[in-house]
Structures are given as C-alpha cells and as structure tokens.
Design a protein around this ligand. Structure first.
Ligand SMILES: NC(=O)C1=CN([C@@H]2O[C@H](COP(=O)(O)OP(=O)(O)OC[C@H]3O[C@@H](n4cnc5c(N)ncnc54)[C@H](O)[C@@H]3O)[C@@H](O)[C@H]2O)[C@H](O)CC1
Ligand SMILES: [K+]
Length: 504
C-alpha cells in the first residue's frame, strides 16, 4: 500500500475500481443521477471549449456512458448548439440514471443510423465506456467506421468507444478522439498503448466523487510523475563524499563494448559516487581508452568477478548490457545476486535464463530490478492480460521489481505497487537507450533509492531527457541531458503525503 492524498491525480483506476469508487461515493451520499449530470456537463463544456458552435451529433449507447451523452446533449442544446441525438437500443431498456436523463432530453431521439452524421461538425461518442465487455460489432461498428471514414472530430465520453479502459487494447474498433473526457481518475487504458494514442487530449473531470474513496483500495496503479518519488530522490548532501554516494559495477561485454560504457556513464550522471566497468581482459584497453572518471578493472576469463565483487562498497551491480547470451553471463548474474546487494539485470542477463527462469528467480534475494523489453519478457515469463497485469505477475513471480519496457513502460513491484510511465518519446527507439536506462536506475539505487522508486524515477528521467533533447537523439546524448532534467526536477513542487514508498 502507498500513501495518497487528494493531490495524487496520477492514480489510475481500472473500470472495476472506478465502479467501486462510484459505489463508495453513492454510499457516502452522492446521487448517481448527479454524478451523471456532472459527467455530461463536463463533456458539454469540453465540446464548447474546443469547438466553435456548430451542428453536433451525440451518439448514446445502451449503458450509463450513453446516460452521460444525454446530459451533454441537453446542455449543448441549452447553449444554442444544434444537436442531433441518436440512441443505440431503446429508451425503455436504459438503466434508471440513464433513463432519467434521457427523459430530461424531452424531444425526439433519432434512429441510430448514418443519417445522424450528415452535416455534423463534431461527434460526441457516448456509445460505450467502462462497461465495454466484448468487441464492437453491428450497427455500432458501422457507425464508428463511418465516423472515421468521414474524418469527423470526436469528443469521447470516458474512453473512445471500443477502447478497453483496463488494458488500453481495442475491442473490435475504436474511433480516434480529438478529446476524451474522463471522470475522477484516469484509467490504465488512458496511458497504455494503443489507448493513449486514441484518446487525444484527456480532460479529467471532478464529478463529485470524494478522493478518500481511493484510500484502502488495493493494487492501485499510478501514472508516473515526480510527485510520486521526488521526496525520496537522492540529492547530494553537503557532507557527502564519493563513497557516500555508492559505487556501481557494470560487467562489460567482450564484443559490444559500447553497451556497458553507456550504462556506466548513465550511472555516473545519475549521481553514483563511483562507477567501475569490469572489462573482459582482451578488450580492457578498449574500455580504458574511452572511459575517464569511470574506472575499468580487467575481468579475466577465469572469471575473477568474485574478486572484483569482494569490495562490498560496490553496492549496485549491473549485468546485461552487451553481455552476450552464455553460461559466463549466467555465472556473472548468479555471482552478483549471491552478494545480496543491489542488482540491475538487463538484456542478455535476462535472456540467458530463458531455459530455466526459476534458477534466476530463486537466486534473487536482495534489491533487484529486471528491465526486459517484451521479447526478453516472453523468454522468462508467460504473463497474460494487460501490460500492467503482466508486469505485476512477473514481479510477483520473480521477487524483483520488473520494468517492462516500451513506449508505455510499466514498473511493478512484488508487493503490487505499479507505475505506468507515459513520457517516452518515439525518439527513444534507437540502439543503446535501454543500456542508459539501466545505468540511470543503478546510479539512483547506488545512492540509496529503493529499487521500485529508482526504476520509476529512472524511467521518468530517461523519457524527460529524450523529450528535452528532441529529434536526432542517439543514446550517447542521454546521459549528458541529465543535468538539465535534474535542474527541472529540483524545481518540481513537492507534494506532501503523495509517495510510492511503502510506509516504514
Ligand atoms: N464510474 C463513475 O464514476 C461514473 C461512470 N459513468 C459513466 O458510466 C459508464 C459505464 O456505464 P456502464 O453502463 O457500466 O457501461 P457502458 O455505458 O460502457 O455500456 C456498456 C453497455 O453496453 C453493453 N455492451 C458492452 N459491450 C458491448 C458491445 N461490444 N456491443 C454492444 N453492447 C455492449 C453492456 O452490456 C452494457 O449494458 C462510464 O463509462 C461513464 O461514462 C457515469 O455516468 C458517471 C459516473
Ligand atoms: K465512449
């Protein structure tokens, strides 16, 4: 469990958790019809704010998402907008709250066909929301295709219809929205892909559900932002000396020597007091020639890694970047894990355990972060469900913090805490960025940041460094961007009480 206060709008609630929030609000005295009124009014206000007055078509579905649509239609008409209203299904089958607001429309509801779209300047998509339970088909599918085919701008209610709010996946089809108005808290599907790309600009509306309803909910996920870990960020202290800020050891590869160098430089830039690369003896000069503040120790083929690890001041160990899939890599991983110190495993350090994942999991006994991309994930884990669920399953199964990479990176802890990182620009899709991320995380852990917080902070810094650099990014650019990002982070407002940390 983590602490939360009203300020934590980065909470992500699944549709089930949202329904529980709804029920808790009603149990606390809220009225469902008023929640719907507030939701629909927020939708109408968003349309008015972002589009010039013109013909608007409101498409309502058979559930409460449709109920929000009736409210929005009524307010837009009251503000003078020419509104056409269509309902998929029949009014007499609506649930009470939606039926109530359908009654307030008080005018004809048109047949649900493409004629509704004629002349429309904007469409309000109130067909399906949190209750979508199967792929969209039939009349609804035809309508969504027609909307997309005509290129009509859409304001989606809660989620673009067809988008699964829990997973971010599309069921059948979803018409991309220019704006999406959602209520109380975002859903994982608003930040996971492809959902994030379908929602357009998201407006989060307060509809009168008290924030306290989130307290006590289990398995809350968060959209990554500095407020969640900033107060635990390891800023240098006046009396620090280099040994006080930890020592990262990166086990280097013999062929792809750049990977370990990228990780090492990233760890140093993230603030580790010392960084060493254990370089295979034949290529030790390659590392030594290009690394300056990062120290280089030869790792001979008798694998004297244990001698190098004997220095317990090396408190965080990185294996994987450029390591190669081999028995030697497996041995290096097991030697690092056996120390019980902080360990970050990436790439081939993960893949090398593909044939026997349990031999890795049973060796994890200290603070450990795994940073697989989807391919490496699938070699160790057979997860199912959303990316959020799969990362959580892997964290529980391995006992490590799992950072499942992608444009929508998910960070999950074995105790169920989870963060979805949504700031990564597409320019990060270039070789070596994963090595840099590994180094950022290791550097933060070396300074005492807990692995889940270090992985969350590292992912955010990584995305922010890339965003600030802009187009033309290559991995070598990322470590050097960190000072500018850290200056911005230092100015970031603290949000008392909001934290991902587990209360000690
Ligand atoms: N939670 C809140 O705080 C509030 C939520 N509001 C709105 O309510 C919807 C959720 O309403 P619900 O009735 O549960 O589901 P939907 O409106 O999404 O409709 C689902 C409806 O349609 C059927 N159905 C599901 N999938 C399909 C399909 N592929 N084809 C046809 N029919 C389908 C299903 O059986 C349901 O009957 C939420 O999104 C908000 O917009 C409140 O209005 C405000 C507070
Ligand atoms: K919708």
């Amino acid at each position: 469990m983590s602490n939360r206060t009203d300020a934590s709008h980065s909470v992500l609630l699944t549709p089930e958790q949202m329904a529980a929030a709804d029920e808790a609000a009603i149990a606390a005295g809220a009225q469902g019809v008023d929640l719907m009124e507030a939701a629909g009014l927020a939708v109408a206000a968003t349309v008015r704010r972002h589009w010039p007055m013109g013909p608007v078509t409101v498409l309502c579905g058979p559930g409460n998402n449709g109920g929000d649509g009736f409210v929005a239609a009524r307010h837009l008409r009251a503000w003078g907008w020419p509104v056409r209203l269509g309902l998929l299904g029949s009014v007499d089958r609506l649930a009470p709250d939606a039926a109530h607001h359908a009654g307030l429309w008080g005018d004809a509801i048109e047949p649900f066909d493409s004629a509704l779209l004629e002349g429309a300047s904007v469409v309000v998509d109130a067909l399906f929301g949190a209750g979508l339970s199967r792929p969209i088909e039939g009349l609804a599918l035809d309508m969504l295709r027609d909307i997309a085919g005509r290129g009509l701008p859409v304001c989606a209610v809660d989620v673009p219809s067809g988008l699964d709010g829990a997973t971010g996946q599309v069921l059948g089809m979803a018409a991309p929205a220019r704006h999406t108005v959602t209520f109380f808290r975002k859903k994982p599907g608003h930040v996971l892909l492809p959902g994030r790309q379908l929602c357009g600009q998201i407006t989060l509306a307060d509809i009168g559900i008290p924030s306290q309803v989130v307290e006590g909910m289990d398995e809350i996920a968060f959209e990554n932002e500095p407020a969640l870990w900033r107060d635990m960020f390891p800023w240098p202290h006046a009396d620090d000396h280099k040994y006080a800020r930890g020592h990262v050891l990166v086990v280097g590869g013999e062929i792809m020597t750049g990977a370990a160098r990228l990780s090492a430089m990233a760890a140093a830039r993230a603030g580790a007091g010392l960084v060493t690369v254990a370089a295979p003896a034949p290529v030790w000069p390659v590392y030594a020639a290009v690394l300056t503040s990062v120290m280089v120790q030869p790792l001979d083929d008798a694998s004297n890694l244990n001698d190098i690890l004997a220095d317990a001041r090396k408190n965080v160990l990185v294996v994987g970047p450029g390591a190669g899939v081999s028995e030697a890599t497996r041995q290096h991983v097991l030697a690092a894990l056996d120390t019980g110190r902080g360990v970050v495993l990436d790439a081939d350090a993960i893949t090398s355990f593909g044939p026997a994942p349990q031999s890795l999991f049973s060796a994890i006994k200290g603070p450990c972060v795994l940073t697989p991309h989807e391919g490496e994930y699938s070699r160790l884990f057979s997860g199912h469900g959303s990316k959020l669920e799969r990362a959580r399953q892997a964290a529980r199964q391995s006992g490590a913090v799992v950072l499942l990479k992608g444009a929508d990176t998910v960070i999950a802890a074995p105790d169920g805490r989870a963060v979805i990182n949504s700031n990564a620009p597409p320019t990060l899709a270039t070789g070596g960025t994963g090595d840099v991320l590994t180094g950022f995380i290791a550097g933060l852990m070396a300074q005492g940041m807990a692995p889940f917080l270090a992985a969350s902070a590292g992912a955010w810094l990584h995305g922010e460094a890339a965003r600030q650099f802009g187009p033309g990014l290559i991995s070598e650019d990322l470590p050097g961007m960190l000072p500018r990002v850290l200056r911005r982070l230092k100015a970031y407002p603290s949000t008392p009480g909001v934290t991902l940390a587990v209360p000690t």
